[in-house]
Ligand binder design. Sequence first.
Ligand SMILES: C[S@@+](CC[C@H](N)C(=O)[O-])C[C@H]1O[C@@H](n2cnc3c(N)ncnc32)[C@H](O)[C@@H]1O
Length: 246
Amino acid sequence: MTKTSRYAGIGGHHSNRPQTVEWLTPPSIIAALGPFDLDPCAPVDQPYPTAARTFTRRENGLLQRWEGRVRLNPPYTNGEIEKWLGRMGEHGCGSALIFARTETEAFFRHVWERASALLFMRGRINFHLPDGRRADGNAGAPTVLCAYGMHDADVLAACEIDGQFVPLRFPRSVLVAVLADATWMEIVREAVASAGADGPVRVADIWDVVRTDPKAAGKEHARAKVRQVLQRGAGMSIGRDQWIPA
Ligand SMILES: C[S@@+](CC[C@H](N)C(=O)[O-])C[C@H]1O[C@@H](n2cnc3c(N)ncnc32)[C@H](O)[C@@H]1O
């Protein structure tokens, strides 16, 4: 078997006997979402950095203490992903890159139940090889970025990675602040009015208005609050940059 054909079988992620677990995150994704404090499952010989600190199989990242903003692209061996995602859900701060196997028990338990927001990536990515080269074959399946915590949700919402952003939840503290603060509803209502459209209104356009409003200036979690007000007002989910009125 040639080296090329070995790696061309990246769909082996989905087989019961994957040939390697060394499928590295493309540097462009790390650049778009970073910097990160920790990669708990990194190759022993890293061709490029993924986080300020790394654990490899030598230290066994599952047995170590996780601190700070974590980035996770876990080993795809059967039975392993669940452990890593469980740990990510408990940690609650960072982003995971995984296959969008949305129907699985692991996805339900550790992503749908725990993540703050998702970004379903357009097309299929090409992972990188242990020597740093881009693999010839694509991942063979759709990938999703999963944000844990509001900071990572905001990073996903604002990043340049092409795909569909799906907010899942907002911290109770933000909801309480929104509900207690009538000015947020007022600000958003003014912004929608000044967008002046009868049809769909882009959240990005509303945000452009809101961020110049002196009442919104310097407010923590302003983006999250705006999205929450829109979501509450519309009674429906909104995407990254589009709000379609009911
Ligand atoms: C899919 S690769 C991802 C590598 C890297 N996190 C990235 O995103 O580029 C999974 C990595 O986990 C490493 N690994 C496997 N078991 C591990 C363990 N128990 N502790 C730490 N790393 C482990 C593998 O050597 C491999 O480099």
